[in-house]
Design a protein around this ligand. Structure first.
Ligand SMILES: Nc1ncnc2c1ncn2[C@@H]1O[C@H](COP(=O)(O)OP(=O)(O)OP(=O)(O)O)[C@@H](O)[C@H]1O
Length: 306
């Protein structure tokens, strides 16, 4: 499978190291969620991919070749600072951008019509961009990334500021482009969305990739977590279970970490819960991406402090 590879990118702004050996790759047809705290280095990495910014070392490759000027014309990019001409009409602007990327007038017009239709801004084709609401400007920005039939999509926070309907449209479009074999990388702070949409996720912290993998891979914690809801129990019942570490206990709902993942590891907990009171709910806890993110970020912060 061809890959878009971000290979050992290093970048400093003066004395600030924005990226340190940042490495990850995105397969053709894969949606990759690029997440990290503010200032972690996501925009810097994406700008380097597009050649808007030069890396101090490292490179970005597609199908084994460094992204050169010609290849970069085939990348659909949605910059964080957005990049539309405010006083140009939506339709004209998209045709212009498609032509810049090598389409002829007829192809560019057909593509503009198709994408404005798909993204729900067809009625605004003759309006200046600045007259559109921010969310609609963003739909046009996505159309700008797609209008030249990009071979690669690199999108910086494409979901910020969108209403739920626009989020669904945007998600559908990204899934469709990925299904057509396009590698899609996007950054976002909306972790629920990243969790829903992405095949793989990379968590970057202070310019370094601190966790990368499928959601299942990232969730594979060394110990199992279980949750029990028990009515009429006295608080603290779970502490007596051998090997259990109580993570939270509000008297009714208890979350416990058990050593390992072996089959039946939860049985002593289940037995204790049943005898503690009226057992209402019992099951494994699957951490959300937000939980993983907090865990990874705080864990690396602790390591840094040590
Ligand atoms: N042009 C610049 N000059 C100096 N420092 C910069 C410049 N651009 C970014 N930085 C710094 O580099 C670091 C990485 O910034 P970057 O914008 O890549 O992060 P990000 O992960 O995209 O953040 P956010 O989620 O807030 O958009 C930050 O500390 C930022 O302040």
């Amino acid at each position: 499978m061809p890959h878009l590879e971000f290979d050992h990118l290093n970048k400093a702004y003066g004395s600030l190291r924005a990226l340190t050996d940042l490495t990850f790759s995105v397969g053709a047809g894969e949606i990759f969620g690029f997440v990290g705290s503010n200032g972690a280095g996501k925009t810097t990495a994406m700008r380097i991919a597009l050649g808007v910014l030069a890396a101090d070392s490292g490179e970005v490759r597609w199908k084994g070749q460094p992204l050169d000027l010609d290849m970069r014309r085939r990348v659909g990019y949605m910059p964080e600072e957005r990049g539309l001409y405010p006083k140009m009409k939506v339709g004209e602007q998209l045709v212009y951008l498609a032509r810049l990327h090598g389409m002829n007038e007829k192809q560019a017009t057909a593509s503009m019509e198709q994408w404005t239709e798909r993204l729900g801004v067809a009625a605004r084709r003759d309006d200046d961009v600045e007259k559109l609401s921010l969310g609609n400007q963003q739909r046009v920005q996505l159309a700008a990334a797609l209008v030249h039939e990009a071979e690669i999509l690199v999108l910086d926070e494409p979901f910020s500021g969108l209403d739920p309907v626009a989020v669904d449209v945007m998600s559908g479009v990204l899934a469709e482009r990925a299904a057509a074999g396009v590698p899609v990388v996007f950054s976002s702070h909306q972790l629920d969305l990243v969790e829903r949409l992405c095949d793989r996720v990379g968590i970057v912290r202070a310019g370094q990739m601190v966790a990368v993998g499928t959601k299942e891979e990232l969730r594979r914690t060394p110990n199992a977590r279980w949750r029990a809801v028990v009515d009429g129990a006295s608080a603290g019942w779970a502490r007596t279970v051998p090997g259990a570490r109580v993570l939270s206990d509000d008297g009714r709902e208890v979350v416990v970490e058990l050593t390992g993942h072996d089959a039946g590891v939860e049985q002593p907990l289940l037995a204790a819960a049943t005898s503690a009171g009226q057992l209402r709910e019992f099951g494994p806890v699957v951490p959300s991406l937000a939980d993983l993110f907090r865990g990874v970020v705080s864990e690396t912060e602790e390591k840094d402090a040590a």
